[in-house]
Design a binder for this molecule. Structure first.
Ligand code: T4K
Length: 405
C-alpha cells in the first residue's frame, strides 16, 4: 500500500483529528454581550410574546436587508407554514426536490402537494425552464429555494409566475445577508423565509423569520404567528404559536454585532478551500459570485466518480474516519423520502438532474470555529483521495470482502 493511502484512518491509520469537525458548527458572537442581555431578560421578567429584544431584532434585520417587514419566529419551518397559509396557497405548489425536507413538509403539513421540479445542474437550484411544464389547473404557487446561500434564478421564476398568475414564496433559509443583482434577499417574491437555526450563518439558537414588502401580508402573518389575536381576547384568524423567545432574540442581536467577522472568516475559509482544491480532477468546488453580497457559509463540492474512481459515499466514509463529519446534503432528494416516495414512486423519472446531483454533493466544514490548518488537512485528505481514488476503491472493496468472509 502506498504511504499516502496507508495513512488514511479508514485503513486503520490514526484519525487526522481527535475531535469531530462538524458542518454546521454554530457561529457565536460575544459571550459577554449575550450574558448581559440574558441578565436584562431575567431582570425585566419579559421572556417572550413579542418582547423588546424581538422587536429590536426585527428592526435591525429590516435595516440590514432594506426590507419593510420582518416577522421573527421560532424556526423557519413554522415561518414557512405560516407564510404558505397567509398566501392562501392550496392544491399544488412547485418546488425543487433538491432541498432540506422542511421545504416540502411545510406544504404537505397543510395538505398541499409539493410538486417536485428538476434542477439546473450548474446552480443546483430549480430550473425555471421546466416549471411551466409542471403547472396544472391545481397549481397556486412556486417555492424557490436559494440553496447554499446563492440566489435562485429569481427573474425567470417571476416571469413564469406572472404569466400563470401564481404566488411566489422563497425559502431563503440559507440566504441571510446575500444579494441578487445588488438587492438583498428578503425583497423578492411575495415573501421570503430565513432560518436562524444553530447551524446557519447567523443563528438565534433556533429561529427564523418571514420578510416581505407587502404590508397586508405582513400584518396577517404577524397575527397568525400569535394564534390570530388582534388584542386581548379577540381572535380573527386561525393562528398558531410561531413566536420567537427573548433568549433567541438576545442571541440574534449579539450575533448581528459579529456578522462582519463571520463573513470574513467564511470568506477566508472559502478562498483557502478554493486554493487547496484547485486542479483536482473530478472534484469541483462550487463557486460564489463575488460581485454580489455573500455569506460564504456553504463549502460544497461535487465528486465525479468516473474521473476519480471512487464514489461520493466512500469519500464521505473516508472523511468520517478522519473525524471530518462532512454531509451529503440533500441526499436522497425529498422525492425519495416519505411520504413523497409512496405518493409518487415514479417521480424520479422527471428528476434526472436531481437524482444525479444527490449522488455527487458533499458539504464540508466551515464557520468561525474552523482554523486554516484544519482546512489544509481536510484538503490534503481530499487530494489524497483524488490522486489515489482507484487504488483506494480496490482496497475498500477488498476490505469489505474480507469483513464478509
Ligand atoms: N429550508 C431549508 C433549505 C433548510 O436547509 C432548512 C434547515 C429549513 C428550511 C428549515 O429551517 P429550520 O426550521 O431548521 O429553522 C440541519 C438543521 O437542523 C436544519 O436547520 C438545516 N436546514 C439543515 C440543512 O441542517 P440536520 O438534520 O442535518 O441537523 P444535525 O443535527 O445533523 O446537525 C447538522 C450538523 O451541525 C451536525 O454535523 C452537527 C452540527 N451542529 C448541530 C447543532 C444543532 C452543531 O455543531 N451544533 C449544534 O448546535 O439539519
Amino acid at each position: 500500500m502506498i504511504d499516502n493511502i496507508s495513512e488514511l484512518a479508514i485503513f486503520n491509520g490514526k484519525p487526522k483529528f481527535n475531535a469531530q469537525l462538524h458542518v454546521g458548527c454554530p457561529n457565536i458572537g460575544s459571550r459577554e454581550q449575550l450574558f448581559d442581555r440574558m441578565n436584562i431578560i431575567l431582570d425585566r421578567k419579559w421572556l417572550t410574546n413579542y418582547g423588546p429584544f424581538v422587536q429590536q431584532l426585527e428592526q435591525k434585520i429590516c435595516e440590514h436587508l432594506n426590507v419593510k417587514h420582518c416577522i421573527a419566529m421560532c424556526n423557519a419551518t413554522v415561518a414557512l407554514e405560516i407564510a404558505i397559509r397567509a398566501l392562501e396557497l392550496k392544491g399544488e405548489v412547485i418546488i425543487p426536490s433538491f432541498t432540506f425536507i422542511a421545504s416540502a413538509h411545510a406544504l404537505q403539513w397543510q395538505e398541499i402537494t409539493p410538486v417536485f421540479c428538476d434542477i439546473d445542474p450548474q446552480t443546483h437550484m430549480i430550473d425555471p425552464e421546466i416549471i411551466q411544464s409542471m403547472i396544472t389547473p391545481k397549481t397556486t404557487g412556486i417555492m424557490g429555494v436559494h440553496l447554499w446561500g446563492r440566489p435562485c434564478n429569481i427573474d425567470a421564476i417571476v416571469k413564469v409566475a406572472k404569466k400563470n398568475n401564481l404566488r411566489i414564496l422563497f425559502d431563503a433559509a440559507h440566504a441571510f445577508y446575500v444579494s441578487y443583482k445588488g438587492k438583498m434577499i428578503g425583497n423578492f417574491g411575495d415573501a421570503e423565509v430565513l432560518s436562524f437555526h444553530a447551524t446557519k450563518f447567523f443563528n438565534t439558537f433556533e429561529g427564523g423569520a418571514v420578510v416581505t414588502n407587502d404590508d397586508m401580508l405582513a400584518e396577517k402573518i404577524r397575527l397568525m404567528k400569535n394564534f390570530g389575536f388582534t388584542g386581548f381576547d379577540k381572535v380573527i384568524y386561525t393562528g398558531t404559536n410561531g413566536k420567537m423567545s427573548e433568549a433567541s432574540a438576545a442571541m440574534g442581536l449579539t450575533n448581528l454585532e459579529s456578522i462582519d467577522d463571520f463573513i470574513s472568516s467564511n470568506y477566508s475559509n472559502y478562498k483557502l478551500y478554493q486554493k487547496e482544491l484547485s486542479g483536482c480532477p473530478g472534484l469541483q468546488l462550487i463557486g460564489y459570485n463575488e460581485k454580489e453580497k455573500n455569506n460564504f457559509h456553504y463549502i460544497i463540492i461535487e465528486i465525479d466518480e468516473h474521473t476519480i474512481g471512487i464514489n461520493r459515499d466512500d469519500v464521505i466514509s473516508i472523511l468520517h474516519a478522519e473525524n471530518i463529519l462532512a454531509r451529503r446534503y440533500f441526499y436522497p432528494g425529498c422525492h425519495n423520502m416519505e411520504p413523497y416516495r409512496s405518493y409518487n414512486p415514479h417521480a424520479k423519472l422527471l428528476l434526472p438532474e436531481t437524482e444525479r446531483l444527490a449522488q455527487k454533493v458533499i458539504a464540508l466544514p466551515t464557520g468561525i470555529s474552523i482554523s486554516s490548518s484544519e482546512i489544509e488537512i481536510i484538503c490534503k485528505v481530499l487530494r489524497n483521495v483524488v490522486e489515489n481514488g482507484r487504488e483506494i476503491n480496490n482496497l475498500l472493496k477488498h476490505k469489505q470482502y474480507s469483513q464478509i468472509g
